[in-house]
Design a binder for this molecule. Sequence first.
Ligand code: ADP
Ligand code: MG
Length: 694
Amino acid sequence: MRPAILNPLFADITVLSGVGPKLSTLIARAAGPHVVDLILTPPSGLVDRSFRPSIADAPENRILTLEVTVDRHHPPPKGKRLPYKVICSDETGYLTLVFFHARADYLQKTLPEGEKRLVSGKIEDYGGARQMVHPDYIADPQKPGEMPLYEPVYPLTAGLSAAVMRKAVTQAVQRTPDLPEWQEPTWLKARDWKGWKEAIDAVHAPHALEDLSSMTPPRQRIAYDELLANQLALALIRKARIKKKGRAIKGDGRLLAKARAALPFSLTNAQKEALKDIFDDMRAPERMVRLLQGDVGSGKTIVAFLSMLTAVEAGAQAALMAPTEILARQHLESLASLAEAAGVTLEILTGRDKGATRVEKLERLKTGAIDILIGTHALFQEGVDFRDLALVVIDEQHRFGVRQRVALAHKGPKPDLLVMTATPIPRTLSLTAYGDMEHSRITEKPPGRKPVDTRAIPMSRLDEVIAAVKRVTGEGNQAYWVCPLVEESDVIDLTAAEERFESLKEVLGERVGLVHGRMSGPEKDAVMERFYRGDLSVLIATTVIEVGVNAPNATIMIIEHAERFGLAQLHQLRGRVGRGDKKSSCILLYRPPLGETAKARLKVLRDTEDGFVIAEEDLRLRGAGDVLGAAQSGFPHFRLADIAVHGELLAAARDDAKLIMERDPELKTVRGEALRTLLYLFSRDDAVKLLSAG
Ligand code: ADP
Ligand code: MG
C-alpha cells in the first residue's frame, strides 16, 4: 500500500481549484493526470519582470515593468466599440494602457487617477505613442507581493495557456508534503543538497535562466531521487529473481566440441568471453538473466547457438525467439548445418504453422524430439509446451522492457534467459533500462571485415547516386535504399518512398522492391524474402529493415534524408552492408544546408564503425530521450533526470542502491521505510510489491 502521506500527491489533478474535467485533460496531456506529475514537471522557461526601464527607454517586445503615475481615464464613447484607454506617465514620457471589453469600475479601482502603479507586460509603439495592451499585472508599488518578479513557464499543449498551467503547478507544489528523508545526511551535506520539499520548491521558483538548468543543486537532488528510485527498483527486481531458484545447467562439452569443429572460423575473444559469462551463469543454481549486446554482424547468433547446445547437452531444450518470421527463418538456415554437425534437432515454429504441421511440431516438442526451437513470439503462446525448457534466447529485443521481463519471470517454469540486442546502448542508459540484468558486450567484430566506405552527398547529386546503384547492381550485387518515415503515419513520406520506387524502376527495371510500415507482416516478409533470395536487386524501405535481414550480397546502402536520422539508427542501417567479403559503401543523401548537429553526426559516422562509440556520441548529441526513440524501446522515461548530463549521479545511485541492498535488503530500517516512500513517489510500485511478497 502506498504510504498515506503520499495521497495528496496521487490525487487527480481535478482536486486543484480551477481545474475541471476539460482543463484536466489538457493538463494531463502536458504533464500527467496526477498532482505528482505537475510537481515533477520542471519549468522549461521563465518570465522575468525584473527589468525596470523608464518609459522613454523601454524597448518593444520584451517583458518589462514600469512604474507610472495614472493621469487620466478615457472610457470609450457610449455605443462605440473602441478600447478603454488609461493615460499614464513618468518623468520621461507618456504610456497608454489599452483595454478591450473592459469593465470600467474594475479599471477605476485598480488604476486610481493620481496614484502610482506598477504595470508589467510588453509595450509597443502605436502611431508614435507608446502603449501597453492588457498589462499582465497591475500592482501597487507599496505592495510588492502583488506582482511576481519571476514566473516559471511550463511545457504546454494546444489550448492550455501558460498562466493556467502555472496556477495548477503552483497549487500542486503548495500541496507537496514534507517527506521523511530517504537520502543519507552525509551525502546531502557533501553535495550541499537540501531536503526534498525545499528542493521541489526551488525547482519551481527560478529567478534566472541559469535556474532552469538541470545542473542546479535542487534539480540534481530531485534527479538523484529519481535515479535512486530507478536503481533501487531494478536491484529489488534482480534480487527477487535470484531468490527464486533456477537450476544449474552444466553441459559435458560433447556437442559443443562437434559444433566448434564444424565452424569455418574460430571464435573471437569477445565471443569467447561472452560464452564464458553465459556458461558460468547457466552452471550457477540461480536463474540467468543476461543481456548480450553487440553490433550487427558481431557474431551473436553463434554465441546463442553454443549456449543452447549446452542446454541440450544437459538433457534439456532451448528456444530462440526472433522478432519477425523472416529472421526466424534466417536463423534456422544459418544454424542448420551446425546443428547437423552437432547431431541436434532444430525446428521452427511461427504463426504460419497451422493445422497438422503445428500439431505434429507441438507433439515433438512435448516429447523432447525437438532439441532447439526457433520462432517468433508464437513460441510463448498457449499450448506450446516443452518437455524441459532450460534456456530462452530472445534476439533483437530492444523493445523488451523491464515490465515484460518481470512478467516473464512470473510465468511458468523459470528457464535461463539470454536477451540479445544489436543496438549498442551507452553504458549509462543500459544501467537504467537493464540494471536488473547481467551484461556481456561483444565489442569486437570477426576479423577480415572491410570498413564500409561512408559518404555524405547532397540531394543535388542524386543522379550520380542512382548511376552508382545501377553499376553496383549490374555487377550482381544488391542495394538497400532507405526513405525515412518520420512521423508514425506520415502519408507524405510514404508517398516519397513510393515515388522513389517508381523512379528507380524506370532506371533499373523490375528488380526493385518496396517495403513500408503500412504493409502487413506477411506482405513485408514476402518482399524481404525476395530480396534475400536475390530475386530483387534493390530494396526500397522505410526504416523497417532496421531489424535486419542478412543479405551478404548487399554492398551499397543509400539513406535518403540522412539528416533526419539519429546516429544510432544510421549506424544500424549501415550495418546491413559490409557483411560479406566485398567492399561496401554507405551513401548518406542529405538536403543542404546541414545544421551543426547533423554535421557532427555525419562526421562521427565517417570516423568510426564502433557501435558503442557511436552510441555514446549519440547520447551526447541528442540527449537520452531521443536515443532509440525512448517511447517505443522499453527505456524508462525520466522526469527530471537526464542521462545525457546526470551520468555521474546515475553511477552514484547505482552504488547507493547496491549498498542499501546489502545493509537493508527488506527496507525495514528508518531509512528503508523512507526509501519505500521514494519508490512509490516515482511509481515503482511493482518493485515494492516484490518486497512485501517477501
Ligand atoms: P549478429 O547476430 O551479431 O548480427 P551474426 O551472428 O549474424 O551477427 O554473424 C554475422 C556473420 O559473421 C555470420 O555470417 C557469421 O557466420 C559470421 N561470424 C560469426 N562469428 C565469426 C567469427 N568469429 N569469425 C568469422 N566470422 C564469424
Ligand atoms: Mg543477429
